[in-house]
Design a protein around this ligand. Structure first.
Ligand code: ADP
Ligand code: ZN
Length: 296
């Protein structure tokens, strides 16, 4: 039996999985401690669960990461603020220990790929996956392929209009203040309202403001990437009331400019939650393993 391995490498936890797809994926998770200890725990899991049947491994990682195959630091987590993890080789030790091809990408690119392979974007050629959680990040599939450039996109740090009269909060991003992440991530919501996003009641003005910022961001991404579907995940989007608010704001912001049915009449199937739920990342990593094996 051909098995693939998957790692969703997060700053808080690692989710490791073995299988061939959503129906047979077996996962474990453990906290992200030191690089050595965490990577060893992953190696041990794959040896135990897949042994010699492991064909390839895919890793969707927190970042920033080096994805350039010709770079000496390919497969590294680079300038992360996470203590102990700066310039950590992730692909090297796993590939050496397990002796399989390794696919490597950002956590959000992996999630976009997972949704394309098995989830909410199966029927489209291009899609955007945004996560709104502790940070904001985006991954995209354009013309059937994951989007990369000089590095990976950092969609959380785009600038959006910030009306200081309506929202005097200065923003929470240590680099940019009131970038998208600085205005609309979970910690930004908490800092602005002095209450955790999980505790803010339904109908609180926080949600209308959040929907406005996310709709402005989504409009920018629709104008630049022209995705076939927009998937919004992450902890903050557990708040399902945001979806109709975002769609209504988006309709207003686009103002009839995009004459395509997805946007004009089908926004409820265009702006959607992840069909794979919280397994989008690990299943995307599994899809990265499939690609790594194909191109080996
Ligand atoms: P991470 O981004 O660290 O991987 P999450 O995607 O779960 O993790 O995002 C965590 C953030 O999401 C926190 O800031 C938290 O306040 C917020 N969050 C989690 N659940 C909810 C919820 N049900 N409603 C609103 N915000 C939530
Ligand atoms: Zn920023």
């Amino acid at each position: 039996m051909k098995l693939f391995g998957a790692i969703e490498a997060g700053g808080t936890k690692f989710v490791c999985g073995v299988g061939t797809g959503p129906s047979d994926l077996r996962t474990v998770q453990f906290p992200t401690t030191s690089p050595g200890e965490t990577i060893d725990a992953a190696i041990e899991f794959f040896r135990r669960e897949a042994g010699t049947e492991l064909e390839a491994l895919g890793i969707g990682s927190f970042g920033p990461v080096d994805l350039k195959p010709t770079s000496p630091q390919f497969g590294f987590i680079t300038a992360t603020p996470k203590p102990g993890w700066q310039y950590t080789d992730v692909v090297g030790p796993l590939g050496n220990a397990l002796q399989v091809p390794v696919g490597f990408d950002t956590d959000v690119n992996a999630a976009a790929l997972g949704e394309k392979r098995w989830g909410a974007a199966r029927d489209v050629e291009s899609c955007l996956y945004l996560t709104i959680g502790t940070g904001i990040g985006g991954g995209a599939i354009v013309n059937g392929r994951l989007l990369h450039g000089i590095m990976h996109p950092e969609m959380g740090h785009i600038r959006i209009p910030h009306d200081l009269a309506a929202d005097p909060f200065a923003g929470h991003c240590p680099f940019h203040g009131d970038c998208l992440e600085g205005l609309a991530s979970g910690p930004a919501i908490q800092a602005r309202w002095q209450k955790s996003a999980t505790e803010l009641p339904s109908g609180h003005p926080a949600w209308a403001l959040e929907a406005r910022y996310l709709a402005l961001a989504v409009a920018n991404f629709i104008f630049t990437l022209s995705p076939g579907r927009v998937i919004l995940g992450g902890g903050v989007m557990q708040r399902r009331e945001l979806f109709p608010l975002i769609r209504a704001e988006l309709r207003e912001i686009l103002n009839g400019y995009l004459q395509v049915p997805q946007v004009l009449t089908r926004l409820d199937t265009y702006i959607v939650p992840p069909a794979l739920g919280n397994r989008a990342g690990v299943l995307g990593a599994l899809a990265l393993a499939e690609i790594a094996e194909d191109s080996y």
